[in-house]
Design a protein around this ligand. Structure first.
Ligand code: OSB
Ligand code: MG
Length: 384
């Protein structure tokens, strides 16, 4: 049995070691929404909302997520008695559209809270089967092919098991073919974050000849039909990211032939319950999945590590160690990668296995708001 008694929302700002550019925008400082969930019985859990500062990946931002968590998610969850965190999701889909990242921050936090209450690892609670996960890196768009080659080469040296290169018109064929020539055997892939249309078929077919593991989300962020047209013309598997917002969209992808691989970001699909549903459907239908990233702090990274320990995660995840992004992460210990390109799960510890650095978080906090059962009694926002 599990009850959420209060949640403290806070925004912290973390400076990225170097700006991260994707086709739709650049991030230099990561504004991060953190949640501290409290069961009122001595157990707390920290979770992270992966929404960004601007709606250039999905519609959500950290401002919309704050509002949605306070006014729509928490009134449905706080003070309720749950047999299992698996029961939280059903309360968040009925008469409540969208806002998946806001939903996920609370839904995933409830899994972590339950794992900590039971004193077991989050991976065990989710049904994870691995003690270590394979790590890939996502390299933002660089100004020249030479810059890209320097970074990719350093990442291969460090042991990363997959190199994902962000691409867009003007930074694609020349950049990636140069890498392929330099590293004929390297596990390379590209991610376009919707930078192309079917009118770019020539470019997309040139990418198809570079022996890539996959091409991630080349076309529109909410499209499945045009991706099917494209997939029929490419040998390289298409991996969908933005377009997969639920298990139903995976069913559509399979039916239409829009892609052959799914990037699961639990924030994008609304939490762990829908992530597990997608994982299981893909496992049954022979579709590999892997865990994407959203430039998370060590808090969110811990959730991705746990999820990636499920059996059908068949490619290395975008789960870089803390030091790739942050001078100093907000968790102890920080997430580190071994020279063989894996991250060890912290199975012996409860939950994600890390603790937050409260002092550091306090010093980085820009604003905070505590919401409890009393808050909602007072303002009568509870819908039922
Ligand atoms: O499309 O996978 C993406 C970061 C922000 C927004 C979208 C994406 C990404 C990444 C980063 O690729 C992966 C990471 O967190 O290491
Ligand atoms: Mg992506």
């Amino acid at each position: 049995m599990l009850t959420l008694q209060s949640v403290t929302l806070r925004e912290v700002s973390l400076h990225l070691k170097e700006p991260f550019r994707i086709s739709s925008g650049v991030t230099s400082d990561r504004r991060i929404l953190l949640l501290e969930l409290d069961d009122g019985e001595g157990t707390t859990a920290w979770s992270e909302c992966v929404a960004g500062e601007y709606p250039n990946y999905s519609c959500e931002t950290i401002e919309t997520a704050w509002l949605a968590i306070r006014d729509y998610v928490l009134p449905r969850v706080i003070g309720k008695v749950f047999d299992s965190p698996a029961d939280v999701w059903s309360l968040l889909v009925r008469d409540f559209r969208g806002h998946n990242m806001a939903k996920a921050a609370v839904e995933m936090g409830m899994w972590e809270l339950e794992a900590r209450r039971q004193g077991i690892s989050l991976s065990d609670l989710l049904g994870g089967v691995r003690d270590q996960i394979e790590v890939g890196v996502s390299i933002g768009i660089q100004s020249t092919p030479e810059e890209l080659a320097i970074r990719a080469s350093a990442c291969l040296q460090e042991g990363y098991r997959k190199i994902k290169v962000k691409v867009m018109p003007g930074a694609d064929i020349e950049f990636v073919s140069g890498l392929r020539e330099q590293f004929p055997e390297a596990p390379l892939m590209v991610d376009a974050n919707n930078a192309y249309t079917l009118a770019d078929m020539e470019t997309l077919q040139a990418l198809d000849n570079l022996d890539l593991l996959m091409i991630e989300q080349p076309l529109a962020w909410d499209d499945l039909v045009q991706h099917a047209t494209l997939q029929a013309r490419l040998n390289t598997p298409i991996c969908l990211d933005e377009s997969i917002t639920s298990v139903d969209r995976v069913r559509d992808m399979i039916e239409l032939g829009s892609g052959k691989i799914v990037n699961i970001k639990p924030g994008r699909v609304g939490g762990f319950s829908p992530s597990i549903a997608i994982h299981d459907l893909c496992e049954q239908t022979g579709i590999p999945v892997w865990c994407g990233g959203m430039l998370e702090s060590g808090v969110g990274r811990g959730y991705n590590v746990a999820l990636a320990s499920l059996p059908n995660f068949r490619f290395p995840g975008d789960i870089s160690p803390s030091s790739r992004y942050w001078q100093r992460d907000i968790v102890t210990p920080e997430w580190s990668m071994r020279p063989d390109g894996t991250i060890q799960l912290r199975r012996g510890e409860p939950g994600t296995g890390i603790e937050v650095d409260r002092e550091l978080i306090d010093s980085l906090t820009v604003k905070s708001e505590k919401l409890s059962t009393e808050t909602y009694l007072r303002i009568r926002r509870n819908p039922d």
